[in-house]
Design a binder for this molecule. Structure first.
Ligand SMILES: Cc1ncc(COP(=O)(O)O)c(C=O)c1O
Length: 395
């Protein structure tokens, strides 16, 4: 064998990926992570330890621990207002495996997958991995859905993928938007995968779960994870809720790739679902204060503009110094602060950077001091960089 060639599935992901390698530098402050910086709440950790001690160490049910599925079904029921059976729930290795299983279960080669962007890049990659053709639809300047563009792109699509609240923009799509989307989809065969990973983290606006939009129900693939809400990124647990026949197909894809989910972790997830808000509220309060701090500091930096995010824990800031986002990220890294390039989240994210406020207050303050120093230096540089990138879509 001379040289190894990855499969065409992998080649499909690599060929489109413009994602710069994430920049890491010794001593740099990270405002780049999509991960809570809090430890998993003690009661959840204790529940896992107890589960291991009690012998939850064997293969579990392939579709998920029946008790956990039941608790998830009760939660789905309480949001959508009518009964949910365990057969509508698939427990997954985090949202990542849930989305992967859903793509493989519903997307055939050549199917179009409409993706409002900028958004979490995994959707694009997984749509391609499944052989589908992603159809990016830029959001409006205020980061909300562009229904004229959706009206053009949706006919004939197999799937639309929505991230609500949105990583990276922080937009929270309103009930009116979701109802309008349901009207666009009515009478079609297009399914809607809605990833609500950040549903507990919203700031001063109302969050509407797609589960509560009755007109979406027959086509909804609701994706959820314990990673963000309960600071459980390393535990790898989430779930998908969908109509029974769709959930069955997704469960089949998931078990084929992964086998059953870790038994003891599922018992810990059950404990998390019993939370009445006491475990999550302190984290929400901290995120809320950090969001205010980050916006206040960012708005003092010349050459940067940002909207206050309505949800999640990111600010998607627009800059005007003419550098490509990947180059700006490199320059910022050299200046001691790590952020993400907006172009990672779709072509229309060019000209933006994503900053995470899942970081301590001192890190936010020092990180933004360093960011300002780099931005000031760039402002002073001669404009050898040429024209600013086009911000036509989502400026
Ligand atoms: C919108 C969104 N969905 C899903 C995930 C991944 O979730 P999990 O850890 O459950 O795989 C992330 C991680 O950043 C995310 O931002």
């Amino acid at each position: 064998m001379e040289s190894f060639q990855a499969s065409s599935a992998i080649a499909r992901i690599l060929s489109h990926s413009q994602r710069p390698a994430s920049f890491t530098a010794a001593g740099a402050i990270s405002l780049s992570m999509g991960e809570p910086d809090f430890p998993t709440p003690e009661p959840i950790v204790r529940a896992a330890a107890q589960a291991f001690a009690d012998g939850w160490t064997r293969y579990g049910d392939f579709d998920g621990d029946p008790e956990l599925r039941g608790a998830i079904a009760r939660r789905v029921e309480s949001v959508r207002g009518f009964a949910c059976s365990n057969e509508e729930i698939a427990v997954t290795h985090g949202a990542t495996a849930g989305i992967a299983a859903a793509m493989v279960a519903v997307v055939d080669p050549g199917d179009r997958v409409v993706i409002p962007e900028p958004t979490y890049s995994l959707y694009h990659d997984l749509a391609r991995l499944a052989g589908g053709t992603p159809a990016p639809v830029p959001v409006r300047a205020d980061h909300h859905l562009d229904f004229d563009a959706l009206k053009r792109e949706l006919p004939g699509a197999r799937l639309i993928v929505l991230c609500n609240p949105c990583n990276p923009t922080g937009a929270v799509f309103s009930r009116a938007e979701l109802v309008q989307l349901s009207r666009l989809l009515a009478g079609t065969d297009t399914l809607a995968l809605v990833d609500e990973a950040y549903d507990h983290f919203v700031y001063g606006v109302e969050f509407t779960s797609c589960l509560s939009i009755a007109a979406l129900n027959e086509r909804l693939i609701h994706v959820q994870t314990f990673s963000k809400t309960y600071a459980m990124t390393g535990w790898r647990i989430g779930y998908v809720a969908a109509r029974r026949d769709i959930a069955r197909a997704i469960g089949r894809a998931h078990r084929t790739f992964n086998g059953p989910v870790n038994a003891a972790v599922q018992r810990a997830a059950l404990r998390a679902l019993h939370d009445d808000g006491a475990l999550v509220r302190p984290m929400l309060d901290r995120y809320s204060r950090r969001r205010d701090l980050m916006i206040d500091l960012l708005r003092r930096i010349p050459g940067l503009e940002c909207r206050a995010p309505e949800g999640a824990f990111y600010v998607f800031a627009k800059y005007r110094n003419g550098l490509a986002a990947a180059d700006l990220v490199r320059r910022l890294g050299e200046g001691g602060v790590m952020v993400r390039a907006g172009s990672e989240f779709g072509a229309c994210g060019e000209g933006h950077i994503r900053l995470s406020f899942a970081a301590s207050e001192p890190d936010i303050e020092e990180g933004l001091r360093r960011l300002r120093a780099v931005m000031d230096r760039l402002e002073a540089e001669p404009l050898a960089r040429g024209k600013p990138p086009s911000l036509a879509y989502c400026s």
